[in-house]
Design a protein around this ligand. Structure first.
Ligand SMILES: Nc1ncnc2c1ncn2[C@@H]1O[C@H](COP(=O)(O)OP(=O)(O)O)[C@@H](O)[C@H]1O
Ligand SMILES: [Mg+2]
Length: 227
């Protein structure tokens, strides 16, 4: 294994199960002696969290939203992600560039070319080593969010949580388009599977790539296929 850290990203609409599996993966990585940094987007830095709060609460043009999220991402890369990877830490990030494509292009309708230009500038070549996409019907995600929010006593919806089922369906579709473009980098998961089964798949996928002999086969059961 090289001394450079790995960059793992969890993507999917709100309620898909990202946070649940990030907790399981980071706990397991720690048992493997891997130093991890767990972070999120938009956010992950003081200025990024301020931008997150702005984007979640203020009405704005979709292009403004994309610019702000990319600004937060640039700060995150320069001050958190790149230094951690250079120091050999593994970065586990809740959402990254695919979320901008899914939400701002797929959901809000920003021109894909705008995203492409800005994303190239923002990432400056940095790519996740692996992206887990938690894919599920938007109605299932909405039910889970409602249950989670009731349990947390959370009542106020942010600008994204107030969006329609059609918006989330467009976000989901855009995520799947991105994943289909680069099957080596993306692991598309059927997020309707039980939590424990998803954890098994996530850990096995990471173990197979970086902790085990190359001859082992990746898990196939439970991994969603398009069509
Ligand atoms: N595989 C699963 N099956 C059923 N419920 C789940 C599953 N994974 C997560 N949940 C529940 O759904 C809600 C949303 O999960 P969470 O991990 O917060 O999703 P996200 O971070 O993607 O928004 C939580 O209440 C969580 O306990
Ligand atoms: Mg979450």
């Amino acid at each position: 294994m090289s001394t450079r850290g790995r960059f793992l990203v969890f993507e999917g609409i709100d309620g898909a199960g990202k946070s649940t599996q990030i907790a399981a993966l980071t706990a397991w990585l720690q048992t493997q002696g891997v130093a991890t940094v767990t972070t999120r987007e938009p956010g992950g830095t003081p200025v990024g969290e301020a931008i997150r709060a702005l984007v979640l609460t203020h009405e704005m043009h979709a292009e403004t939203e994309l610019l702000l999220i990319c600004a937060a991402r640039r700060e995150h890369l320069l001050t958190v992600i790149e230094p951690a990877l250079a120091a050999g830490r593994w970065v586990v990030c809740d959402r990254f560039a695919d979320a901008s494509f899914a939400y701002q292009v797929g959901g809000r309708g920003v021109a894909p070319e705008r995203f492409r230009q800005l994303d190239e500038w923002t990432r400056a070549g940095r790519q996740p080593d692996l992206v887990f996409l938690f894919d599920l019907p938007v109605a299932t995600a909405a039910q889970r969010r409602a249950q989670r929010d009731a349990a947390d006593g959370h009542t106020e919806c942010d600008r994204f949580e107030r969006e329609s089922e059609a918006f989330f369906a467009a976000v989901r579709a855009a995520y799947r388009v991105r994943a289909a473009q680069d099957p080596q980098r993306y692991c598309v998961l059927d997020a309707q599977l039980p939590t424990e089964r998803l954890t098994e798949i996530v850990l096995a996928t990471v173990a197979q790539r970086w902790f085990a002999p190359k001859t082992r086969q990746p898990p196939s059961q439970g991994v969603a296929h398009d069509g």
